[in-house]
Design a protein around this ligand. Structure first.
Ligand code: PGA
Length: 248
């Protein structure tokens, strides 16, 4: 089975020179990508680095998009523009964006826009904290149900869902998630999708893991059923991505 690695650079690196360095370093990993694909998601200003990318193994992704609305909106970037820049995937619903105001309603419109442009949405979901009563499960369920409202049976199989527990993301992570925690959530997400779209369609949706993925735990999540990985910090260091790729 083929796994996809999403390199989510977030708002890094701080110069185009550094961005060029990481980008070309990742391209050189092509030879190590036997059953794997990489999607590089740089900030908007660095997307041009991949506008001519043609590898069947390495693709360009964006970290955000504006929604489908007529008119001009200062500061926004439309999905059509991303498509014309060779972008194939778009991340939406990342916890860092939800925190600064992206609502479920907005995310749902983003997904509709992305699909309309024949791009692949990577919908990030995940609870802020764990509890012993299972509230974290209903938290994730609500995100999925609301974010996918308006997405029909035919489109859902083109969506990737990334489970990213907020407590396991970034430098401030409380701790790393375990393989069992991912497996439990993957089963639960499938159940939520199955209730919405039926069991067969639910099975076809790819479910990824993200949050402090490193060379030492990447294989654990893959072995626990992740169809792919979403990598933040370590995706900015070519040696670290290479080590992750070689680890499973
Ligand atoms: P991290 O970020 O790998 O730095 O924890 C993951 C993410 O936020 O997607």
């Amino acid at each position: 089975m083929e796994h996809i690695i999403i390199a989510n650079w977030k708002s890094n690196p701080d110069s185009v020179i550094k961005a060029r360095g990481v980008f070309s370093g990742i391209l050189k990993l092509n030879k190590n990508l036997k059953n794997k694909k990489i999607v590089i998601c740089p900030p908007y200003p660095y997307l041009f680095l991949g506008d001519k990318l043609k590898s069947p193994k390495i693709f360009l992704g964006a970290q955000n998009t504006f929604i489908d609305t007529e008119g001009s909106f200062t500061g926004e970037v439309k999905a059509e523009m991303l498509k014309s820049m060779n972008v194939k995937y778009v991340i939406v619903g990342h916890s860092e964006r939800r925190k600064i105001g992206d609502s479920d309603e907005y995310i749902s419109k983003q997904i509709t826009t992305i699909l309309k442009n024949k791009l692949i949405p990577i919908l990030c979901v995940g609870e802020i904290k764990r509890d012993h009563d299972g509230h974290y499960l209903s938290f994730v369920k609500n995100q999925i149900v609301n974010d996918l409202s308006g997405i029909n049976k035919n489109s859902i199989k083109n969506i990737i869902i990334a489970y990213e527990p907020v407590w396991a993301i970034g430098k401030g992570a409380v701790r790393e998630a375990t393989g069992e925690e991912f497996t439990e959530m993957k089963i639960y997400i499938r159940k939520v999708l199955s209730d919405l779209y039926g069991a067969n369609i639910a099975k076809s949706v790819k479910i990824f893991y993200g949050g402090s993925v490193k060379k030492d735990n990447a294989k654990i999540f893959i072995d626990s059923g992740a169809d792919g990985l979403l990598i933040g910090r370590d995706s900015l260091d070519v040696k670290k991505i290479e080590a992750i790729i070689k680890s499973f």
